[in-house]
Write a protein that binds this ligand. Structure first.
Ligand SMILES: C[S@@+](CC[C@H](N)C(=O)[O-])C[C@H]1O[C@@H](n2cnc3c(N)ncnc32)[C@H](O)[C@@H]1O
Length: 278
C-alpha cells in the first residue's frame, strides 16, 4: 500500500461523511490540531445551522472549519484567529471556492470587533480552552449572539477530573516525545465545562458530551499527519494508543443564548462606571 493509500485509509471515517468529501492533503496541511473538520462535523450534528446564518468561527486557525461551514451549511462565516492572519485565510477560502461566504479577520477573543447580538451562532474548534476557561468569558461571548442563537465548542478533553498526570502519559514515546505537558491542564473534563457553563446567566446549557472513540480518531489523524509529513510536532499516536481513551478524548458543549442582559466585561470603558476618566 502506498503512503497516499494508507493516509486515505486512516482518514476514512464513516462517522464523518461530509468531511470525507475533502482532500486528505488539504485537511492535513491545514489542521493545527486533531482534525478540525471532523470536530466541526461532529459539533454541527447538534447545532442546527441554517442557510444564510451569520456564524463566528472563533480560533479558526487556518480556517478550514470555516470553509467547511460555508460549503456544507451555506452560512456566512467570520473566520477569526489570533495567530493566523487574514491574508493567509482569505487565500485559502478563495482557493476552496468559499470566498463569498468566509470573512477572515485577525481578532483577539477578548476584544471581538462585532456589534452586540450580531451572530446567529458561534462555534469554536480546538481553541476554546485557550481563552474560555475564565468563568466570565462565556457571558462575554454570549453578548455577540442574538437571543436564541447558539454557542458550540468542540475540543480536546480530559475525560475525568485528574489530580496528577497519569504515569502512562508521562513516559516518553519511542520518538522521544512526552505526551503530557503542563499546558494540558488547560483541558477540562466534561463535568468541569458543564459546571462552568451552567453557572453562566446569559445562556441555557443544552448539551455536554464526549466523542465516541475520540482517541482513535485523534490517533489516526496523528498517524496520517506523520505519514504526510504535515505536522510541525512529533506524533502523539503512541501515547494516545497507550491511553486508549482512559484519560484523553474530545468534548463538545452547546448552549443557547437567553434574554438576560450580557455585560461586555472586557470593555475598557467600564472604568467610567467607577468614575475614572477613560
Ligand atoms: C490548536 S489551534 C486550532 C486552530 C484550528 N481551530 C484548528 O483546529 O486547526 C488554536 C487556535 O486558537 C487561536 N487562539 C488562541 N488564543 C486566542 C485568542 N486569545 N484569541 C483568538 N484566537 C486565539 C490560535 O490563534 C490558534 O489558531
Amino acid at each position: 500500500m502506498s503512503d497516499a493509500d494508507r493516509i486515505r485509509a486512516l482518514l476514512d471515517k464513516p462517522e464523518f461523511p461530509r468531511s470525507a468529501a475533502y482532500e486528505p492533503r488539504w485537511l492535513l496541511e491545514n489542521s493545527m490540531g486533531p482534525n478540525p473538520v471532523w470536530l466541526t462535523e461532529w459539533l454541527c450534528e447538534v447545532m442546527e445551522l441554517e442557510s444564510g446564518m451569520r456564524v463566528l468561527d472563533l480560533g479558526c486557525g487556518k480556517a478550514i472549519s470555516s470553509v467547511f461551514l460555508a460549503k456544507e451549511f451555506d452560512v456566512s462565516v467570520y473566520a477569526c484567529d489570533l495567530w493566523i492572519g487574514p491574508d493567509n485565510n482569505w487565500r485559502r477560502a478563495q482557493e476552496a471556492g468559499a470566498a463569498e461566504r468566509v470573512t477572515p479577520l485577525r481578532a483577539e477573543a477578548h476584544a471581538l470587533p462585532f456589534a452586540s447580538g450580531f451572530f446567529d451562532a458561534v462555534i469554536s474548534i480546538d481553541a476554546y480552552h485557550y481563552f474560555g476557561t475564565d468563568q466570565l468569558y462565556l457571558g462575554y461571548l454570549a453578548s455577540f449572539v442574538r437571543p436564541g442563537g447558539r454557542i458550540g465548542v468542540a475540543l480536546p478533553s480530559l475525560l475525568e477530573e485528574l489530580d496528577e498526570p497519569p504515569a502512562h502519559l508521562l513516559e516518553p514515546q519511542a520518538n522521544g516525545k512526552v505526551f503530557w505537558e503542563s499546558e494540558l491542564w488547560s483541558l477540562q473534563s466534561p463535568a468541569a465545562w458543564r459546571r462552568r457553563w451552567e453557572r453562566c446567566g446569559q445562556v441555557e446549557l443544552e448539551r455536554v458530551d464526549t466523542q465516541a472513540e475520540g482517541w482513535r480518531h485523534w490517533r489516526d489523524h496523528e498517524l496520517a499527519s506523520e505519514l504526510a509529513g504535515t505536522s510541525p510536532f512529533p506524533s502523539d499516536a503512541e501515547a494516545l494508543e497507550r491511553d486508549a481513551g482512559r484519560t484523553i478524548g474530545f468534548v463538545r458543549a452547546v448552549a443557547r443564548r437567553n434574554q438576560a442582559e450580557a455585560m461586555n466585561t472586557n470593555d475598557p470603558s467600564l472604568g467610567v462606571r467607577f468614575g475614572i476618566d477613560v
